[in-house]
Design a protein around this ligand. Structure first.
Ligand code: ACO
Length: 334
């Protein structure tokens, strides 16, 4: 069974409620119809009910018509309660009731407040909105998971060459969110990525902390950051296999790993690659995707207290369906 099929099967087991704030975006509505048809999740669509209704009738989205919850962002029954919560959560930032009343009519804020209040399990957005606009409400109201101060984004890389990772499956992070992590933040990213690997891919993560140096072959403040992050990640999560600092070849090529980091369980055999900056992670995943014709699934956002995932605006309907299934998996912690 391929990985996406496995993710879908897991999603079906616990049928989570995923809220889609871009409820009038055509690919999103089509994806919602498929998700409901396949039984991957329950769906709430936020948007003008008349616009959603006419799209559903015109395109024959019978599954959405039958069972999606359609939410008018101007008229949510819990609006006043959500406003109270927003004012309370952002009181130190000086958020007024008037400001909260305005924000709650924005579907990207309404969806996170539904999740915060336990009225939905996860969110997928971004087909129509920029990354920052999707993430900001989540950062402000959902916040990070206990013990984690930074949200990051992992890609599941499905490689044509099955020699690498676990039968060709690897995870790369951070490729999407946090531009220049400190050593402690990098350690948190490593621990979070190991958790995402377990939740979504399954199996034991073997984490390589990447650098341009392997085990002291070069000295530079950038190398020190990765060395410190490796130590901190091991302290934070002693049960996880984490090795660093490693160059990329020492991380994934067995003979090179043996030579450059003798005795390491992970060198040459890593399935999770943690990059020292967003710049390196983002460039690396795109190069592997294009030059090695790998499938890049994600970014899967991690470190947030509830699953919220951001699509690329160029996404396909299938991408949205897969990300909804991944979000449902994260919501179940499966
Ligand atoms: N984790 C947790 N919280 C965060 C993070 C983070 N990584 N980044 C910002 N925050 C919090 C801040 O602490 C702040 O909280 P507060 O309001 O309670 O004080 C809030 O979010 C807003 O912070 P800003 O610094 O104003 O964040 P901003 O909205 O300007 O930027 C963003 C956040 C958009 C994620 C920014 O870091 C960014 O642009 N990152 C790069 C995204 C990107 O372009 N990725 C590459 C493309 S994606 C791809 O190729 C797949």
């Amino acid at each position: 069974m391929d990985l996406i099929e496995k993710i879908k099967l897991n999603a079906k087991r616990e049928k989570r409620l995923v809220v889609l704030p871009e409820g009038t975006e055509p690919r999103t509505v089509e994806a919602a119809d498929i998700v409901i048809r396949e039984g991957l999740a329950s769906i709430a669509l936020i948007g003008d009910p008349e616009r959603i209704g006419s799209m559903v009738s015109e395109k024959g989205f019978e599954n959405v018509k039958r069972s999606a919850t359609i939410i008018d962002p101007l008229d949510h029954p819990m609006k006043q309660h959500y406003i109270d919560m927003m004012v309370e959560i952002r009181k130190k930032k000086g958020l007024t009731r008037e400001q909260a009343a305005e924000l709650i009519e924005n579907p990207l804020y309404l969806s996170v407040m539904m999740i915060k209040n336990g009225d939905a399990d996860g969110e997928v957005a971004g087909a129509d909105n920029a990354t920052g606009d999707v993430l900001r409400p989540a950062f402000q109201y959902i916040k990070t998971a206990p013990g984690i101060s930074v949200v990051s984004g992992a890609f599941i890389m499905i490689l044509k060459d099955r020699e690498y990772g676990d039968n060709g499956i690897m995870m790369f992070a951070d490729c999407a969110v946090h531009p220049d992590p400190t050593d402690k933040e990098l350690a948190e990213i490593a621990v979070a990525t190991a958790g995402t690997y377990r939740d979504i891919v399954g199996g034991e993560p073997r984490v390589a902390m990447l650098s341009f140096s392997t085990k002291g072959s070069a000295s530079h403040p950038m190398v020190d950051k990765v060395v410190n992050a490796t130590r901190m990640a091991r302290e934070m999560a002693p049960g996880i296999l984490i090795e660093g600092e490693l160059q990329a070849d020492a991380a994934i090529v067995e003979s090179i790993g043996r030579k450059k980091a003798p005795g390491s369980e992970i060198a040459g055999n890593a399935n999770v690659l943690v990059f020292p900056t967003l710049e390196t992670g983002n460039i690396a995943y795109k190069l592997v995707q294009r030059l090695a014709h790998a499938e890049a699934v994600g970014p899967v956002l991690q470190g947030m207290a509830a699953p919220i995932n951001d699509l690329s605006r160029g996404c396909s309907v299938d991408d949205i369906v897969s990300l909804i299934a991944i979000t449902a998996n994260q919501a179940s912690g499966s």
